[in-house]
Every structure is written in structure tokens, then in C-alpha cells.
Ligand binder design. Structure first.
Ligand SMILES: Cc1ncc(COP(=O)(O)O)c(C=O)c1O
Length: 407
């Protein structure tokens, strides 16, 4: 099927130029059908719905994610978001002793950063890039939470050397795949990461409330999360007074699952599986290249990587006053977003990592983010760059000076 033929399945594409698939991807119409099915079951089947699929959904839906990320059945479970999933991981490591360091990258998504910063028993080492992470990992490193694709500039990180170094010293890697799952093919088993996490609002087209956690099967068998609820028990319906962990990734569950979110999310996963991530990637590379070429032609600065191997799904455009330009684009029916620049940061613990200046295409640099998905057309992209160039050249954005954007 021609990829543009899928446009009919995403109603919002009829009303605007939707280039924000790295944030809240276009909703598949089927999500609405799925949610109606959820309410039908609630209305007609009531409590019996738990036994007719609802209770198992964190695992059955997790298995669908597993097919997309190369995880074996039973190794991926659903949570509400990445923060909760990373907290479950953290809760496996309370008695840390000397091994109390977290080595992470400056360009991690804020909720990941905040969670680790907030742990009083851990010391965080912040690194400027993947090489600095490899250099900073040592025998005192407990966890290495990194992003597969950086959220601001969509740079693909080279995960293999980080995993190799972490495993050499007995540390565990937690890979945040939010910006890669559904647009960049990868295989968690091949990458050898210990944990992987992500959510569904972005490239997976699944909407909010459906985060996921993969745990390497051999680790899942021996880790004991302390953030656990009755879904993590070996026999939840025995209501036993003492905790006995379930087998596999089930033990990483908490309490009652977010059933409606899981209904909605599978509509997105279904279409991603139907098209296939390899085909999506091929299309994504063609569309992001078209954007880059057109931006070059119009004299606009590209702030994201240009090489195909380092390029995720989003193109970052550096303009004056990103917030105002973003507002002007929105007024013209082009839906995208922007991220602010972040300052140079120094390590919060020893050993200090490289404190270099942030160059172009660095994960700290902000700009307008354009995130085409497989259903966007070439015409939409040409139109967007032309409108953007017009806004910048004419100074039309200046009337929105002082604009602040939240999304
Ligand atoms: C790389 C990355 N991680 C995590 C998140 C979100 O984290 P959470 O699911 O905790 O809201 C985002 C964006 O929303 C992201 O881009």
C-alpha cells in the first residue's frame, strides 16, 4: 500500500500540516473505535471485563511493543509513562553501598534527569556526549540512563560502546527509546541493554498514558523491585499477605492498569506494525532529507545531524526567537513545536566530564522541531519550509515577540 494512502486513517491531516509526530503524533481514527470498544465492555461486561482481557493488558500490549523493539514475549510490560518505568528500575537498586553513581547524559529528557537527581542515595555524573559517558563509567557506576535518540535534536546515540563499557564494570544501562520507537528500527536484544523504556504519544501514534518497560529476561528473573503492587505478585487473586514476585517482567508491574490508554495505544501500534518500522525509517530518511535540502536552499540553519546514520525522525531548525516563529507557524496552520537552548552544564560529581562548548547539532541546542511521519507528503514539507522562510525573512514573527510556548 502506498504510504500516502494511510493519510485517510489520520483525520487531523485533513485540517492542518501536522509535523509534530515527535511530540503528539496524529491520532489514528481506529483509536476512537478502540475506546468505544472499551466503553462497550465496561458497560455490557462490567467486572467480567477483567477476565476477558483487561487484567492481562499490561502484558499482552507489552508483547506488541516487544515485537516492535525486538524484545521476546513476556519481557515488556506497560506502565503509565517513562518516569514510572524508570522508577520501577531504580527501585531494584536500593542497597547500593559504594556503587552509588548514575552516569547520564546532559541531553536526557528532563523527567529522566529529575528522577535520578532526586534520589538522595545516588550521585549523578552528567556527561556532554556518548564518549564522555563511556569515559565516566567506572566500578562505582550503578546505572547508565541514556536516550537512544536525543529529544531536542533527534541525534541517534551510539549505544553499543556504552553498553560494552557498562557491562565491563557491572553497571546497568537503561535506554530511553521514546524518540526512536516507531521511527528508527532497533532491537533491544541485539543492543544488549538491561532495561529499555518509552511511551506511546510520539512515533508510535498511541496517545498518552501508555509507557512501557523492557527488562532483560535473565535480569528480570533475579531483580526485586521495591516499587511493586499486586499485579507484580505471583498469585494476585490469592490476596496473600506476603509478597512473592511473579515471574519475568510481570514482577515489574504495580497496581490497576490504565486500561483505556492501552485500548487507544494499540490502534497506533497496529498501524506501525502494519507499515513496518524499516519502511517507516526509509520514508523518514527521505522526508528529513527533503526538509534539510529545502532549508539549505532557503538559507535556514539546520541544527540537527545531517548524516543519515545519526539522524532520528525530527529536523531542528535554528531561527531567531523560536517561540515567536513557532507561534507564527501555528497561525498559518503548520503544527510543530520548539525547544529552548539549554546552557552549558558542568558535572555535578567527580570525575568531571568534558565541559566543552555546545557546538551546532548538539543535544543542548534549541530550535523549531519538524517531525514528519510516514503519512506526511513532500508537498507539505516544501510548503512548511517556504512558509517558515517567509516568516523569518519578512520578520512576521516579530509581532509575537515574548511568546511562550508550552507544547
Ligand atoms: C526522550 C524522552 N523521554 C521521555 C519523555 C517523556 O517522559 P514521560 O513519559 O515520563 O512523560 C519524552 C517526551 O515527552 C522524551 O522525548
Amino acid at each position: 500500500m502506498d504510504l500516502l494512502a494511510y493519510r485517510d486513517r489520520f483525520p487531523i491531516l485533513e485540517t492542518c500540516t501536522y509535523l509534530i509526530n515527535h511530540s503528539l503524533a496524529a491520532m489514528p481514527a481506529k483509536a476512537e473505535d478502540n475506546l468505544l470498544e472499551y466503553t462497550r465492555m465496561w458497560r455490557e461486561r462490567g467486572i467480567r471485563s477483567w477476565g476477558e482481557g483487561w487484567w492481562e493488558m499490561p502484558v499482552t500490549v507489552g508483547d506488541q511493543i516487544g515485537r516492535i523493539i525486538g524484545a521476546p514475549p513476556g519481557s515488556t510490560v506497560m506502565h503509565q509513562n517513562v518516569t514510572v518505568a524508570e522508577m520501577v528500575v531504580l527501585s531494584c537498586f536500593n542497597d547500593v553501598g559504594e556503587r552509588n553513581r548514575v552516569v547520564y547524559e546532559e541531553a536526557n529528557f528532563p523527567s529522566v534527569r529529575y528522577l535520578y537527581q532526586a534520589q538522595p542515595h545516588l550521585e549523578v555524573v552528567t556527561c556532554a556526549d556518548a564518549q564522555a559517558i563511556v569515559d565516566a563509567i567506572d566500578e562505582r557506576t550503578l546505572l547508565v540512563p541514556i536516550s537512544h535518540v536525543l529529544f531536542k535534536n533527534a541525534e541517534i546515540q551510539d549505544v553499543a560502546p556504552i553498553v560494552r563499557r557498562a557491562h565491563e564494570v557491572g553497571a546497568h544501562v537503561v535506554l530511553d527509546c521514546y524518540q526512536s520507537a516507531g521511527v528508527v528500527p532497533f532491537d533491544v536484544t541485539e543492543l544488549g541493554v538491561d532495561f529499555a523504556t518509552g511511551g506511546s504519544v510520539k512515533w508510535l501514534c498511541g496517545g498518552p498514558g501508555a509507557g512501557w518497560l523492557y527488562v532483560r529476561p535473565d535480569l528480570a528473573a533475579r531483580l526485586q523491585p521495591t516499587f511493586v503492587g499486586w499485579q507484580g505478585h505471583a498469585r494476585p487473586f490469592a490476596f496473600e499477605p506476603e509478597l512473592e514476585y511473579a515471574d519475568g517482567a510481570r514482577r515489574f508491574l504495580t497496581g490497576t492498569p490504565n486500561v483505556p490508554a492501552l485500548y487507544a495505544a494499540t490502534a497506533g501500534y497496529d498501524v506501525i506494525e502494519e507499515v513496518g518500522v524499516d519502511r517507516i525509517r526509509e520514508r523518514s530518511l527521505a522526508l528529513t532529507q527533503l526538509l534539510i535540502d529545502r532549508l539549505d536552499e532557503r538559507g535556514l540553519e539546520v541544527g540537527s545531524p545531517r548524516e543519515a546514520e545519526r539522524r532520528g525522525g525530527t529536523v531542528l531548525v535554528v531561527t531567531p526567537d523560536h517561540a515567536a516563529v513557532h507561534r507564527a507557524l501555528g497561525e498559518r496552520g503548520i503544527i510543530c513545536d520548539f525547544r529552548p537552548d539549554s546552557g552549558l552544564e558542568t558535572s555535578s560529581a567527580q570525575p568531571p566530564t568534558s565541559g566543552r562548548e555546545i557546538p551546532a547539532a548538539d543535544g543542548g541546542r534549541g530550535g523549531i522541531r519538524l517531525g514528519p511521519h510516514f503519512f506526511n507528503s513532500e508537498d507539505e514539507l516544501r510548503h512548511t519550509v517556504d512558509v517558515l522562510a517567509g516568516i523569518v525573512e519578512s520578520g512576521a514573527y516579530e509581532q509575537y515577540a515574548g511568546a511562550v510556548g508550552r507544547f
